[in-house]
Ligand binder design. Structure first.
Ligand code: ME8
Length: 645
């Protein structure tokens, strides 16, 4: 049986950060797990190099775009090589075979009638490389995904008939409830599709850094939309449109992606594949978002976690273990050195590292380092059974894409190892002339460690090699079959002394991140932050609440903003020298007459923002649900400027 595992291909507009490393570690772990089981596995990663964002980044760096892409792509590849990532192919979307494959796919979809030419007018977010209809913009201007300013673009474009696939997609989700994992993420995708799919613009004319159109279409003005180009990497890497020898790996078993790009993978990609008459991937595994010390990471805050820096300080395998164990797959996670150090000291050093030290120590004292499993079954059948039951269950956590549960369960095996030493006290047995029993316990623990090391190998490949070496065996498919599946015991061997695997860490090994600013988040960051942290995980102090100044205001003037569907321009008296101008996106729900001489609640200490060229010096409190929006107003009239809180 073959397996195909992928990471997203990363944009070459900046260096790798901890989020990229996370996806890559997970995919690498799964690929290694399947190889360990003897499954023919193909693991793909690479870089996404086209599109306006990359073109602009290269310009900012004063470099030809290809040269810039080459440099950044190499930093990703070098980092993964340094980290021992076991990819089978590192694809670049500027590879000739990839570009040919994309052109071929475009041609197939076009000839099928799924692509047609028209005009597009819309709001484009360069950062997300996505168009948004005006109704989806935040405050008529900002990207609903990343919060950045969008720009209005009108251009001729080819469109993919996404709307044709609405029903087919919904049917597919229903028939394949495991397609989107974790399942909790499926609903947001299903609701999005149920909300109606618009045809997707799949070419651009406003810049040139993209895959050219197929020659058969004769339309050189256009280049391909970067997401069409990028998603197709999963099949062009196997030779789609060229030498298709590796297409036997298709369909992919899992595309690992961050939740930010789930929609592209769970809606657009399956629709493209349906159009190409190719089978759909078995699972899209969407993981959550990492923050640092509870804060969203950003270059401007200077708190981005650089994986190389962490790996240099703490070791790359410790980082792999921490990231996979710390966060339930699919949920948001937080990187803090404290949590990291705690896991290294308690789980890696105490539970695992000590177990090896104790076997070395005891076997050295009792049997000149020789370990013999001959009496293990006689004295420890119960413990063997308990261990094997856990080991047999681990595969289900891989099937369910739950690496954190996999590790949690595996640690119960180490607990068995540590528990028997406590319970059977071999040192007492040695004194009481029960040498056979004492040595059987030591040998049991060696077997526990050996089997657990095999199962830990996909997460910590190098560390587990050291353990296996100390126990005189090699971790590979044969030993997995023999020791884990067939439950054979280790042959008699002489244990090797090795230095402690996980020295305890007392102090953080890297500089702490700069402290968070006390100011409320900027508008640009607001949306993302709201999505990425659950309320109960993000409780604030009362003082933080009072950093927001809320006041009662009286609307003294109100008018419509010409050409805007959403905005009203108000002058609001907050008891200050002169009224404040507030531009509010409430036109669909209130007319100027509804507001004049009424009272509203205003956030009074927001940094002024510009909306359609007009300054807005405050924000109105409002509540919105499916039935629409209503303003929050004082129950009785209050003097303008009265504080709320
Ligand atoms: O989106 N926490 O590339 P990208 C967790 N080229 N994961 C994070 C993260 C964070 N804070 N930040 C980034 C693209 N990621 C496209 C993909 S695929 C056909 C094209 C991870 O460089 C996460 O996996 O912006 C996210 O999906 C990926 O990096 C996006 O990387």
């Amino acid at each position: 049986m073959s397996k195909y595992i992928t990471t997203p291909i990363y944009y070459v507009n900046g260096e790798a950060h901890i989020g990229h490393a996370y996806t890559t570690f997970i995919a690498d772990t799964f690929a290694r797990y399947h190889r360990l089981k003897g499954e023919d596995t193909f693991f793909l990663t690479g870089t996404d190099e086209h599109g306006q964002k990359i073109e602009e980044s290269a310009q900012k760096h004063n470099k030809p775009t290809q040269e810039f892409a080459d440099e950044i792509s190499a930093t990703f590849k070098n980092l993964w090589d340094e980290f021992g990532i076991s990819y089978d192919k590192f694809i670049r979307t500027t590879d000739e075979e990839h570009k040919r494959g994309v052109q071929k796919a475009f041609e197939v979809m076009y000839n099928k009638g799924d692509i047609y030419k028209d005009f597009y007018e819309g709001h484009y977010c360069v950062s997300c490389e996505t168009f948004f209809p005006e109704t989806q913009l935040v405050d008529g201007e900002f990207c609903p995904d990343c919060g950045r300013t969008t720009s209005v673009v009108k251009e001729e474009s080819y469109f993919f008939k996404l709307s044709n696939y609405e029903e087919k997609l919904l049917q597919y989700y229903e028939e394949h409830p495991e397609f989107i994992m974790p399942k909790s993420r499926a609903n947001e995708v299903i609701n999005f599709v149920k909300g109606g799919l618009r045809d997707l613009s799949v070419t651009r004319t406003s810049f040139t850094w993209g895959v050219k159109m197929p020659e058969s279409i004769h339309d050189d003005k256009h280049v391909m939309y970067v997401w069409l180009d990028a998603l197709l990497n999963y099949v062009t890497a196997l030779g789609y449109g060229g030498d298709e020898a590796k297409m036997n790996y298709w369909p992919a078993d899992v595309h690992f992606v961050g939740k930010d790009i789930l929609r592209f993978h769970a809606i657009y990609w399956p629709a493209f594949l349906m159009s190409l008459d190719l089978p759909l991937p078995k699972h899209i595994g969407a993981h959550g978002w990492w923050t640092r010390d509870g804060e969203k990471m950003s270059k401007s805050k200077g708190n981005v976690v650089h994986p190389k820096e962490v790996a240099d300080a703490y070791g790359v395998e410790n980082l792999r273990y921490f990231m996979l164990r710390e966060v339930p797959f699919g949920q948001d996670g937080d990187f803090s050195q404290r949590a990291f150090i705690d896991r290294i000291n308690s789980e890696l050093s105490n539970d695992l590292g000590n177990l090896l030290n104790r076997i070395i120590g005891m076997s050295g004292k009792y049997s000149n380092f020789v370990i013999d499993s001959k009496d293990v079954t006689k004295y420890h059948a119960k413990e063997l059974r308990a261990m094997d039951e856990i080991l047999d269950s681990l595969d289900t956590y891989i099937q369910k894409l739950q690496p954190h549960r996999y590790l949690e369960e595996l640690w119960r095996v180490f607990a068995i190892g540590n528990g028997v030493i406590q319970e059977y006290e071999p040192w007492v047995k040695m004194k009481n002339n029960q040498e056979d029993e004492a040595l059987a316990t030591v040998a049991l623990v060696a077997n526990v460690l050996a089997r657990a090391a095999i199962m830990l190998h996909p997460v910590m490949p190098e560390t587990t090699k050291i353990i296996a070496d100390a126990l005189s065996f090699e971790i590979n498919t044969q030993s997995f079959k023999k020791l884990v599946q067939e439950k054979a015991l280790l042959d008699t061997f002489t244990i090797k002394k090795v230095p402690p695997l996980f020295p305890r860490i007392d102090e953080p090994l890297m500089e702490e991140a700069p402290k968070a600013e006390p100011n409320p988040p900027k508008k640009e960051e607001k949306k993302v932050q709201k999505e990425s942290t659950k309320e109960q995980d993000n409780l604030i102090e009362i003082g933080q609440f009072f950093e927001t100044s809320l006041k009662v205001g009286t609307v003294v003037e109100a008018e419509e903003v010409p050409k805007s569907k959403k905005l009203l321009k108000l002058q609001v008296d907050l008891g200050e020298e002169k009224p404040r101008q507030v531009v509010a996106g409430i036109k669909e729900f209130y007319s100027p007459a509804d507001l004049l001489n009424t009272q509203v609640c205003v956030v009074a200490n927001l940094k002024p923002a510009k909306l359609m060229g007009m300054i807005s010096e405050g924000m109105l409190l409002a509540a919105k649900d499916e039935d629409g929006l209503c303003l929050v107003r004082p129950e009785k009239p209050k003097k303008a400027g009265t504080p709320i809180g």
